[in-house]
Design a protein around this ligand. Structure first.
Ligand SMILES: Nc1nc2c(ncn2[C@@H]2O[C@H](COP(=O)(O)OP(=O)(O)O)[C@@H](O)[C@H]2O)c(=O)[nH]1
Ligand SMILES: [Mg+2]
Ligand SMILES: [Zn+2]
Length: 305
């Protein structure tokens, strides 16, 4: 039987049977499942799992199908990749203008954590007002080909337009805690997700969504994900990082496969100098590149346990 994973808490999964439309509580069967050594959570919300029911409401998962897309981040504590959502058509990165403040570098990392899915940048809390620098920054992402939309759950601005963009596909909502992901999902679906006040002390949202959750209503399917304070790009072949930077694709560097460190023959520094490529974006890229390069590849690590 094929299941769609709709919730994952401590290795217990809520699994929706795509064969009979029933919901099951599922566990992974023994050690049958091949575990990717570089992956912290073997099954993520959105995964398509293969398994068998053993009662009306319980099932065992044997394997998962290859993901067509995912949002993955580097789990700093565990030193492993962690898949937050799988098989979404679109990754909606929710940001806010001032509370919490808009951080382009965070946005760049979030874009790089998404693979195989379209990117939608949602500027939420538009009612708080956007400073010119924030507007300019959003314009930059637009010019790079990313879809950008401004919305507000308070005034209703952009909500209908956003619903149109979400119809007929699965969208994973990701972003910093407190940007208003759960509120936005409630507004769109009329559901009752828990939300939290932004804590005044740190001007950051509290963690109120502590696990990813798949919700669908009518034509709209969303995956709400827990807010994070920080996000690191997954452990990966650095060449894949370039796909998150459309402005670097096709740079006329002397050597093919150039990673654009700025070495002799690399065309990128000149493009930054003349303003074709944003300095901030290139800096974002270089930071992520060195973070990836500084990590010890899995095959070189001593086995623990
Ligand atoms: N001003 C304003 N506040 C909002 C908006 N959407 C959400 N908030 C507030 O932002 C805080 C965090 O919202 P929440 O949905 O829990 O954020 P999450 O951590 O991203 O899921 C709550 O106090 C919400 O009331 C909005 O459009 N405008
Ligand atoms: Mg939330
Ligand atoms: Zn180069």
């Amino acid at each position: 039987m094929r299941f769609q994973i709709r919730r994952a808490i401590n290795n217990i999964y809520q699994a929706y049977s795509l064969d009979n439309g029933r919901m099951y509580t599922a566990r992974i069967k023994g050690k049958v499942m091949k575990k990717d050594e570089a992956e912290y959570s073997p099954v993520a919300v959105g995964d398509i799992a293969i398994g068998e029911p053993y009662s009306d409401s319980e099932a065992l998962i044997v394997s998962i199908e290859v993901r067509r897309s995912s949002f993955r981040r580097w789990n700093l504590k565990k030193e492993m990749n962690q898949t937050i959502s799988a098989n979404q058509d679109m990754t909606a990165i929710v940001v806010s203008p001032s509370s919490p403040p808009f951080r382009p570098r965070f946005l760049d990392r979030a874009i790089a954590c998404s693979s195989g899915a379209e990117i939608l940048i949602i500027m939420n809390k538009a009612d708080d007002g956007l400073e010119q620098s924030v507007k300019d920054s959003l314009e930059l992402y637009r010019s790079l080909g990313f879809a950008v939309i401004s919305v507000s759950s308070v005034t209703g601005e952009g909500i209908e337009e956003l619903k149109k963009l979400l119809e007929g596909r699965i969208t994973a909502f990701v972003g910093q805690s407190g940007v208003g992901k759960s509120t936005l999902i409630n507004t769109i679906l009329g559901s009752q997700q828990r939300t939290g006040e932004v804590s005044w002390k740190y001007n950051r949202g509290k963690h109120t969504t502590n696990h990813a959750l798949y919700i669908e209503k009518g034509l709209i399917s969303v995956i709400d994900t827990p807010g994070v304070r920080e996000i690191e790009v997954p452990f990966e072949n650095p060449e894949l990082l370039i796909s998150a930077f459309p402005e670097l694709i096709g740079a006329p560097c002397l050597y093919s496969g150039c990673l654009h460190h700025g070495e002799d023959g690399c065309a990128v520094p000149d493009k930054v100098m003349c303003g074709d490529i944003s300095e901030e974006r290139y800096d974002s890229y270089l930071r992520m590149l060195s973070a990836i390069e500084a990590r010890t590849p899995v095959y070189q690590r001593s086995r623990r346990r």
